[in-house]
Design a protein around this ligand. Structure first.
Ligand code: MN
Length: 429
């Protein structure tokens, strides 16, 4: 068993049982103490961030895998990620030990603590990864069925390919932003069903998509595919993803090649990358894939390739004192696993690279309160969501902040993802 995930472990730093960042988590991110400072790699513990570049300079990362590689003195996690699983596991062991209540190195060294510990809400959390390519899948059977039912009717809800392969499209990485970045409502072409011609307007049907993404540590050479047996080696960590969507723009543009402008104006991710090691105690079975069974290259022996991660979306309008929770879902509902997404992505020989982001697609669950988009929650606007302050929403209004959270609940602790937030600003001219 991996000792860094022992539920009994305690840090010398006080961590609330509902904190996202107990000593078992050890997420990775990038922060700046203030605007004028250079970014560096960090982890989180309770309400603090821990500067790993300082600890590396002080010689705590003297293991072979980190030798002559100052990967934490960096504006992104990429150099660290490129070292693969061994470096990640080693870093977890070093950090777990240093934060432990029983180890004096950091606990009793006030000068060192002062040099490397910062209150989280006083620092700036940056986009943690220099994202290479961004691919978005469509891997929730419930979401695909809901959307298909709305647009094509119940009998043709799933396209004929859907149960045979993880459907996806190549997205846009330049507009992936870190939590807390506000986005302007996009403009584009839309066409009402009864209109003769399209018009150029601000998006009227602005939506969020509750998704989870994973990042590639090491990639594969062009031509050499990643297999189900080897896929775990490449998955470096997970983050929350809000794949903002302009539904009216999407509806007019998406045939025949899929979404374009409706998705390329912004995608938000949480600032912390949660590792497979931290999530391992929450590994669980995915949905059955028997009817039909996937082709052999997508088959998993035990089908225990997912995690029990609770997910929530809340909306806070400009006139609201408190966010209103609109969706409670779970990562384990996804039909296609991350491994299957990665294997299918590279089956052609497509080379994946360090820092690539693969997102899951909207994660909807089986019940109406677990739908992961406004499109489904309001059933295309026909069933408005009622907030406790009397307001209603069919889609997002200007000023609405969307707040996503995710965590795996352990016994007395949780492995959390932090928040993925963003506000809708009015369209620009
Ligand atoms: Mn999406």
């Amino acid at each position: 068993m991996d000792k860094t995930t022992d539920p009994k472990l305690k840090s010398f730093i006080d961590v609330h049982p509902e904190s996202d960042f107990p000593i078992q988590n050890i997420p990775f991110g990038v922060f700046r103490p203030s605007k004028k400072d250079a970014p560096r790699v960090c982890t989180a513990i309770g309400d603090y961030v821990l500067d790993l570049s300082v600890l590396q300079k002080e010689g705590f990362f003297n293991q072979e895998v980190f030798k002559d590689k100052p990967v934490f003195n960096s504006a992104s996690l990429n150099a660290f990620m490129a070292l693969g699983k061994e470096a990640r596991v080693t870093a977890r062991q070093v950090i777990s030990r240093l934060l432990s209540a029983d180890v004096s190195d950091l606990r009793d060294n006030s000068a060192l603590r002062k040099a490397c510990l910062y209150t989280m809400n006083e620092v700036i959390l940056d986009l943690p990864v220099e994202i290479g390519d961004y691919t978005d899948f469509y891997s929730s059977r419930e979401h695909a069925t809901n959307v298909g039912t709305m647009f094509r009717g119940k009998d043709n809800a799933l396209q004929p390919n859907w149960l045979h392969l993880p459907v996806g499209y190549h997205g846009r990485s330049s507009s992936v932003v870190v939590s807390g970045t506000d986005l302007h409502r996009p403009k584009g072409q839309t066409k009402a069903d009864d209109a003769d011609a399209p018009s150029f307007t601000p998006c009227r049907l602005m939506d969020f998509e509750l998704e989870m993404g994973f990042f590639l540590g090491t990639g594969n050479p062009l031509g050499k595919r990643i297999t189900m047996q080897g896929a775990d080696e490449h998955i470096w960590g997970l983050a929350l993803v809000n794949d903002w969507s302009a539904r009216d723009i999407q509806k007019w543009e998406y045939v025949p090649l899929g979404p374009f402008g409706a998705k390329n104006f912004g995608t938000s991710i949480s600032p912390w990358i949660i590792t497979p090691e931290a999530l391992e105690p929450f590994r669980t079975k995915g949905p059955e894939q028997k009817d039909p069974a996937p082709l052999p290259y997508l088959q998993s022996k035990e089908n225990r390739d997912t995690y029990d991660i609770e997910l929530e979306v809340a909306i806070k309008g400009e006139n609201m004192d408190e966010p209103f929770t609109v969706c409670r879902s779970n990562f384990k509902y996804l039909y296609w696993s991350m491994k299957q997404q990665l294997v299918h992505h590279s089956v052609t020989g497509c080379n994946m690279r360090t820092g690539d982001l693969l997102a899951s697609g909207t994660i909807s669950g089986p019940t109406p309160d677990s739908y992961g988009s406004m499109l489904e929650l309001s059933w295309r606007g026909s069933n408005p969501i009622k907030f406790t302050n009397g307001e209603e929403r069919k889609f997002l209004k200007d000023g609405d902040e969307v707040i996503m959270r995710g965590w795996s609940q352990g016994d007395g602790y949780r492995i959390g993802f932090g928040e993925c937030t963003g506000k809708v600003l009015p369209a620009l001219d």
